[in-house]
Design a protein around this ligand. Sequence first.
Ligand SMILES: NC(=O)C1=CN([C@@H]2O[C@H](COP(=O)(O)OP(=O)(O)OC[C@H]3O[C@@H](n4cnc5c(N)ncnc54)[C@H](OP(=O)(O)O)[C@@H]3O)[C@@H](O)[C@H]2O)[C@@H](O)CC1
Ligand SMILES: [K+]
Length: 508
Amino acid sequence: MDIVTAQEMYEWDRAALDAAGIEGKMLMESAGRAVADDMVRHIRKQDKVIVLIGSGNNGGDGFVIARTLLNRGYDIEAWQVVPDEKITGDARVHKEIFMASGFSVRPYSSLEKLMQSFQRADIIIDAMLGIGVKGRLRNPIAEIVEAANGLSVFRMAVDLPSGLPADEGIVDFDAFHADYTTVIAAPKMSAFLQHTRPYYGDYRIVEIGLPTRKLPPVNRGLWRKEDVRRTLPVRGKNSHKGSHGKGVMVGGSLLMPGSIAMAGRAALRSGVGLLTIATVERAISSISPYLQEATFVDMEEKEGALTGQATDQLSGYDGVAIGMGMGRTRGAKRLLEAIVQGVDAPMLIDADGLYHLKEILDVVKERQSPTVLTPHPGEFAHLTGLSIRDVLQSPFSCSREFAAKYGVYLVLKGPSTIITSPDGKQRVDVSGNAGLAKGGSGDVLSGILFAMMLQTDSLMDALGNGCVIHGCTAESLTEEKHSKTDLLASDVIEGLSRTFRTISSASR
Ligand SMILES: NC(=O)C1=CN([C@@H]2O[C@H](COP(=O)(O)OP(=O)(O)OC[C@H]3O[C@@H](n4cnc5c(N)ncnc54)[C@H](OP(=O)(O)O)[C@@H]3O)[C@@H](O)[C@H]2O)[C@@H](O)CC1
Ligand SMILES: [K+]
């Protein structure tokens, strides 16, 4: 499922006409009907519904939706919130069909008049503005949105809430605050940003008859359970432990043994063939009870933390994961640098590893094997020198620029996790819930991702699958036996069994 910018959506619109001969008014009919079909799931026959119609094509959709619902016997009042001369093109065609069908539209004259209708309404459908919004809302839409947001009605939006930008990077806006949005054809970028996501409420995407094979490709998409089912590697009948990857995890320290223990256990539960933990000798006895299946390498230590420059003990592995619980000492940084430079294998860097990485990004850039970085926004801000605010406002472009500049795969974690390849492909995972907003979740995710990297040919598939498996495990645990409050990262590790058993027959 592609995720689009406003511009990409307009290009699709054009391709529908140029490549397949689908005219705008046909597309509008089909979009409006698809939205109406979706919205009726939330509308009862006794509900009083107001449809607010604006000047552009979003308003045109509004005329189709209002007509469709009126034809089906719903109690609809259609309000045109702009002067009649503003209704042009395809929207004009659909206004005429609406009128010729025997329906009438109420012209907006003052907020007081509209408020009288609002007071009697159960549901407001916002078809005032879609992806064509420019700048802050102007009146009368601004005052209508403010009034609607203050009412205790069910607010539904067509395509996206009026006033909300479709793209990232825009913070200066007011918008309709929807409880539910029916998104047309493809989710817009703003459905995945912390500052704009809440305006959508719940949302669903409807198909409107665009010619999918003729649309210009978009390098950005949602990665979901069905994608995991499609791409999770089959465990061959004749496979042996060497077929599922031989990985080494470097990290842990005397006072922080838990992170690497959790990451290691998550990797084992995610099917890695052979796992070695490289850590300080004095931490091994506390880590090993959780990782009976792993082997251990004791590394040079200084005051309980990893140090030195030894990389020879780490050769011969199919992959390296480094950083969890390794601490922020100078010694740990030296070791990280030596490994990033000297170990030629796919490498995942997380947690304290990311902290140290800022000063050696040029070394990362020179690596021949793939490098995966898994920061949360705070760690990413530290790495890039941007503010967390900048990162959250424009995570797609910040990720893409960074991944291209340093040749890395980036997993920018959050409620919408954005995975970016060095060549700019992006996948978004929205699975999981607030139960994961706790210490240890990142370690568990790293363990799963690492195991997936070692078992999957395509690194992008591995990273997408790892994120979805992690998030879906938290979802099923909070549905069945935990609350979001008590869920622990270690519960997620044990919950992986069920996820692997149910997500795909390939992994059983
Ligand atoms: N494949 C597709 O693309 C399909 C798209 N479809 C639908 O079309 C929608 C996009 O339609 P669109 O391009 O006409 O833009 P839209 O959001 O209706 O707004 C334009 C109007 O808004 C006005 N306006 C702008 N800023 C404003 C502000 N700050 N405050 C107040 N007013 C403001 C501006 O007025 P003006 O500046 O000209 O006075 C202009 O008239 C899309 O979201 C989807 O619903 C489907 O029908 C079928 C397939
Ligand atoms: K809208």
